[in-house]
Write a protein that binds this ligand. Sequence first.
Ligand code: SAH
Ligand code: SF4
Length: 353
Amino acid sequence: MSEAENKSKQALLGMSAKDISSLLPSCPSYVGAQIYGFLMDGKGFDEMTSLKKELRSTLAKDFIANPVEIVRTYRGKSGTKKYLFKLPDGNLIEGVYMPHDYGNTLCLSTQVGCRMGCTFCASGLDGLVRNLTAGEMLGQVIAVNRDEGGSVKQRKVAKLVLMGSGEPFDNYDNVLKFLDAVSDEKGINIGERNISLSTSGLCDKIVQFADSGHKVTLSISLHAPFDELRTALMPVNKAYGIDKIVAASKYYFQKTGRRVIFEYTLISGQNDSDECAKRLARLTSGFPSHVNLIRLNEVKENGYIAPTVDATEQFLHKLEALGVSATIRRSLGGDIDGACGQLRRRYIEEANV
Ligand code: SAH
Ligand code: SF4
């Protein structure tokens, strides 16, 4: 099927059973629920064999089942698997599947590209291409669950992190729709306590989200404890500085009872000094929070250097000595260009050679 043909078709995944029924006025209403169930299992129209053949061909003519197609997979260390996905308009996004004893986790994307322009990140290099729909976020979950041999009844994907390309709170409405769709008990049913969302710190949206009644684990990308340094790494800091981030984090905790996780990507010679450790400890004291240290995944375009594993551990020990609850995060597939937008770029570069 050509991209032009696909682009004009509506995707059914992401719709409720009722919405699907309303698209098929000549079918009895239970058919919508049947199709919804098939879609959640990751089935294409040709596999929905309990539906009448004419209905299957009508569906295939007018709609797409899952808007997310797996183009390539790459295996990394300790079972990590990186996915390159294609959307109906030909855009590419990424995901990383990480098997864990406490629940297999999928890292998924919320936008094609990103407009935040963090200087160490590959996703922001080309700016924002477009927002993903709720169905395109759900489609990543369903496609990987199926690819790993799972179904709705026997899920292989148990946990989600919204940490692929994109700034989730820059696509707020669709992300909330997605959270509702993915936690639907009749669907894949991944509950919010098994979902983490990472934001670069759009504080108005953090407050709005805290008020929305949703209760995911919130990670905030801090990366620097001084405004000047943070602005150099993350231009968004001009709009929402560190004071605002700390205030929004406290508000999130008050409203949801969930402690906030601060992500801190260590970049050699930038944010790994003793002063940074001390200031970070001061900022995060006095309310429940946790610091996740990430070793930089080097991106060749920006020249930043990752600290050694030893230096990363030393920074951790400094924080611990200062009373900070902190851990070093296992890489999201760094050995397979796993960080944020790197795989997509490599694939596009290879295709252009
Ligand atoms: N836009 C959101 C979520 C996606 S990025 C955010 O920024 O929080 C997920 C995490 O990966 C963020 O903490 C981000 O800062 C971090 N990250 C981005 N590029 C990285 C790199 N090259 N090395 C290490 N971490 C990186
Ligand atoms: Fe966007 Fe997050 Fe990358 Fe910053 S780190 S450019 S917010 S995806």
